[in-house]
Design a protein around this ligand. Structure first.
Ligand code: SF4
Length: 381
């Protein structure tokens, strides 16, 4: 596990799941559908000797097409879907008075979910029931997308490229939908596995042209991109929660004060949403998280909404990212995600036209019966 990230030769020993992907690519019956997580784009080229400008995520799209992967989508899209569900759940819990004593916690980081289950099992009911973007992506592929392609969900093989080792375990979550019983996600590769695979396949990104993500999920918003940085999930959720409560968009940068990596302790802030003051906290790293949990439990602090990421700096500094001895790049990678957000046309998850049509055609509205069935999970200790 965790020691791998500190061990200079660990990369040679860590688990490698690329063979699962190659098997699926050889199976003519399988339709291979890939997603690439937001934080991967800020780091994948570091070990391939390219600058970030020379390595847009769209070059991975081209590499995947050459390898025979059938569809390539951006997890940023399903991050927007997570925000729709989680933001709506937050507003509902707030209005129901469910957050008067303890906050709702984000649940998209499996390292954190494992931590709360083992260390604070009595608090597990405080986790958002919304699945993570990785899992939601798989659920949509094996339901809505399979229907669109008019194929059996069994034929869809879902691949994720993640900055994270814990996402390999999160993949075990089960999915039941109509006749289908299996998993949202079939194979998870880390950024490091991606880099090794590209080398092994002789796909040098320097010589690849950027490709285009497939439709119908090609648009991801700036809100989805910042999921990869600490504070980003909270910021994206607040942008949409504000809209849900007031019917109007806030300034896209209204919640900027929660950005940035905090090495010690946690960040807290309060925001006025249509006359209701919301108290929030953002924390990353499990040492800091334990301190925050103790303070919450001892009623030294009180929040309605808390974002937790197990890795210091969030997924940008995830355990599956390239390793640089003595360097902590989470902060720099995080800023590059905020830069992308600033330059994205759509910066609110609820304004994503692909998300709007997915609800119109399939889910009806956030927290609908079908959304509960496919996009939420009950966390059990
Ligand atoms: Fe994975 Fe770390 Fe991101 Fe959590 S913070 S989802 S453990 S990379």
């Amino acid at each position: 596990g965790q020691c791998i990230t500190h061990c200079p030769v660990g990369a040679l020993r860590e688990r490698d799941d690329t063979s699962m992907l190659f098997q699926a690519l050889e199976d003519e019956d399988k339709i291979v559908v890939a997603q690439i997580a937001p934080a991967v784009r800020a780091a994948w080229a570091e070990q391939l000797g390219l600058s970030r400008e020379e390595a847009p995520v769209e070059k991975i799209v081209t590499a995947f097409r050459r390898m025979g992967i059938d569809y390539v989508f951006d997890t940023t899209f399903s991050a927007d879907l997570t925000i729709m569900e989680e933001g709506s759940e937050f507003v509902k819990r707030l209005q129901d008075g469910d957050l008067n004593e303890y906050p709702m916690f984000t649940s998209c980081c499996p390292g954190w979910v494992r931590f709360i289950k083992t260390q604070y099992p009595d608090m597990v009911g405080r986790l958002s029931t919304a699945k993570s973007p990785q899992q939601m992506f798989g659920a949509v592929m094996k339901s809505y997308f399979a229907k669109k392609l008019q194929v059996d969900p069994e034929r869809i093989f879902t691949l994720s490229i993640m900055p994270c080792l814990a996402k390999k375990a999160e993949r075990e979550m089960e999915l039941f939908y109509e006749e289908y019983a299996g998993h949202d996600i079939d194979c998870v590769l880390t950024t490091r596995e991606l880099d090794r695979m590209l080398r092994a396949e002789h796909l040098n990104p320097r010589y690849l042209e950027p490709g285009e993500f497939d439709s119908p999920f090609e648009v991801g918003t700036g809100a989805g991109v910042i999921f990869g940085a600490t504070g980003g999930v909270m910021e994206a959720a607040l942008r949409s929660a504000y809209y849900l409560v007031t019917g109007e968009n806030p300034d896209a940068d209204a919640f900027r004060e929660i950005r940035g990596v905090k090495r010690e302790g946690w960040t807290e802030a309060e925001f006025d949403v249509a006359g209701t003051v919301i108290h929030i906290a953002v924390v990353s790293g499990l040492g800091n998280t334990r301190k925050l949990m103790e303070a919450i439990r001892n009623k030294e602090v009180k929040y309605e909404f808390v974002e937790v990421m197990a890795c210091p700096g969030g997924c940008a500094g995830g355990g599956g990212q390239p390793i640089h001895d003595g360097f902590e790049l989470a902060e720099e990678r995080g800023s590059s995600l905020y830069f992308l957000d600033q330059n994205t046309e759509v910066r609110f998850s609820h304004d994503n036209p692909d998300i709007q049509s997915l609800y119109k055609e399939f889910f009806e509205q956030p927290l609908s019966h079908r959304a509960h069935q496919l996009l939420h999970t009950e966390h059990e200790v």
